[in-house]
Write a protein that binds this ligand. Structure first.
Ligand code: FAD
Ligand code: MLT
Ligand code: ZN
Length: 475
């Protein structure tokens, strides 16, 4: 008979340490932790560890490390690349940070917040707002994604164009290392050149180097003047030209600049209740321009009207609507934010989260769209996303007359097709979602040689037994 997935002595020790709230073993409690948001993977685990404090986590990790048991950190489980789910062996334990959900401190003078790893992103935004400040990271999954998760993936999202990725918002970290040691690095200094910046190693490590348990985060002044425009534009090049117009007029005012294809907006209108097209006529290309300033008299609405007028004269903008109220602004943002859900409801889709230099975005969209339709006739390209960062989700929806499973069986061919063009345009095969389990096979050809060698050396130094999130990131 095969060994049980977890030695009874270890299970007993974990039960003693964590109690029933901190250790889930019943199948129905474990089930939500096993599949990813996209339903690409369904793993197995003997238990889910849910520590209530950093010290409790450290003790649990010490026990697992001594027993040689692999651990999979999990935050909100919204990974787009299967990064937070265990494999099918039933030998990896899931460690959920959900109970580490306290805002430990907030300081509107230093403009910093200390949040535990399991704090949901939306809760962090709300805490900053209550203190009269702004925590700017924003993405469609913000109601579930956690601080530990967004840091571990170095998440981007809608406001990267102005505030940077999660990395740029982090000043210090507290972490539990793979041997159970606690690293107290929760400094909140703007200047701190004291050897290697270890905190940056953990950002984007996708749980392969240890557990982030808390972070010192930067806050910013809250917006006192805003303007939001939903625009129909002539083509991809016009979308980029409009971005340049706004950036040239006042770079600091551009909080988000998002591109959507006509088909992506059609799907949102078709599948998501309450969404309607804000402009009079359907177009093949749209952008959402979000302007914000901490100055109450910034005159952003007038600025938007003036830039849009110029762009219309040049034929770049075909039609545009400015939000008249906060409610209307939220409705316009939903059109963009519901793209992943609408695509899911339309059928099977393959995601290509890629980036290129901003100037090459129009070429990226045009070349990939043509190549994908040639690869799978009838398939439907749905490019959208963070055009101001050069990060387009070059997603592909299944043909209407094809079985979803048959389409998904071609996922890797579809990703290769896009990646070939991305490489030619000096881009990256993973802009913001990370590698997870889905893209490990791409690492050798994109990051092989000295770069992957150095990553392996770092991994071996911090996690010599290879217990942290095995099967992720590395091929
Ligand atoms: P999880 O999915 O639980 O985990 C992600 C990775 O981090 C895993 O490898 C996991 O092992 C590791 N991890 C989690 N917590 C910890 C921790 N405390 N310590 C160490 N490792 C940890 N992403 C973007 O970048 N931009 C977007 O615009 C965006 N939009 C999205 C929209 C939707 C609708 C969805 C479903 C996802 C979107 N994502 C986006 C992807 C996802 O939300 C991000 O990757 C997010 O950062 C994951 O956070 P999470 O808490 O859910 O982490
Ligand atoms: C988003 O920006 O909405 C997601 O990162 C993209 C996706 O679901 O492909
Ligand atoms: Zn995105």
């Amino acid at each position: 008979m095969a060994d049980p997935p977890l030695a009874p002595s270890l299970l007993h020790a974990l039960t003693q340490l964590l109690g029933p709230r901190g250790l889930l073993t019943a199948a129905e409690d474990i089930a939500p932790h096993l599949t990813d948001w996209r339903n690409l993977y369904c793993g197995a685990t003997p238990c889910v560890i849910r520590p209530g404090s950093t010290e409790e986590l450290a003790r649990a990790v010490t026990l697992c490390a001594a027993a040689g048991v692999a651990m999979v950190p999990q935050g909100g489980n919204t990974s787009m690349v299967g990064g937070a789910t265990p494999d099918e062996s039933g030998r990896q334990v899931v460690v959920s940070l959900a109970r580490l959900n306290r805002i430990r401190a907030i300081d509107p003078v230093d403009m910093t917040m200390t949040a535990e790893a399991g704090v949901v992103l939306k809760a962090a935004q709300n805490a900053a707002a209550e203190a009269g400040c702004l925590f700017p990271l924003s993405l469609g999954a913000e109601g579930s994604a956690t601080i530990g998760g967004v840091l571990s993936t170095n998440a981007g999202g809608n406001t990267t164009v102005r505030y940077g990725n999660a990395r740029e918002l982090m000043l210090g970290l507290e972490a539990v290392l793979p041997d159970g040691g606690i690293w107290h690095g929760l400094r909140r200094l703007r200047k701190d050149n004291t050897g290697y910046a270890l905190r940056h190693l953990f950002v984007g490590a996708e749980g392969t180097l240890g557990f982030i348990t808390a972070a010192s985060l930067r806050m910013f002044p809250r917006a006192r003047d805003t303007a939001l425009a939903f625009c129909a534009v002539a083509d991809e090049a016009a979308a980029l030209a409009l971005f340049r117009r706004f950036r040239d007029r006042d770079e600091s005012a551009v909080r988000a600049f998002e591109y959507m294809s006509g088909l992506g907006v059609d799907f949102a209108v078709k599948h998501i209740e309450g969404i309607t097209l804000p402009v009079a006529t359907r177009a093949d290309h749209y952008v959402l321009v979000d302007l914000a300033s901490s100055r109450p008299d910034a005159g952003l609405r007038e600025m938007a009207e003036s830039v849009l007028f110029e762009a219309m004269q040049e034929g770049e903008v075909l039609d545009a609507v400015l939000a008249e109220s906060e409610a209307q602004a939220q409705k316009m943002w939903r059109i963009r934010e519901e793209h992943p859900e609408a695509q899911k409801r339309e059928g099977a889709s393959v995601k290509n989260d890629v980036s290129v230099p901003v100037s090459k975005v129009p070429e990226l969209i045009r070349r990939c769209s043509a190549a994908l339709v040639a690869l799978i006739p009838g398939s439907r390209p749905v490019p959208f996303g963070h055009i101001g960062d050069g990060n387009i989700h070059m997603n592909l929806e299944q043909p209407e007359d094809m079985e979803g499973a048959a389409f998904l069986a071609r996922s890797h061919g579809i990703m290769d097709c896009v990646n070939e063009i991305v490489r030619d345009l000096d881009g990256s095969f993973s802009a913001e979602h990370g590698i997870g389990r889905l893209k490990t096979d791409m690492m050798e050809s994109w990051r092989g040689g000295a770069e992957l060698g150095a990553m392996r050396a770092i991994k071996a130094a911090l996690d010599p037994k290879g217990l942290m999130n095995p099967g992720k990131v590395f091929p």
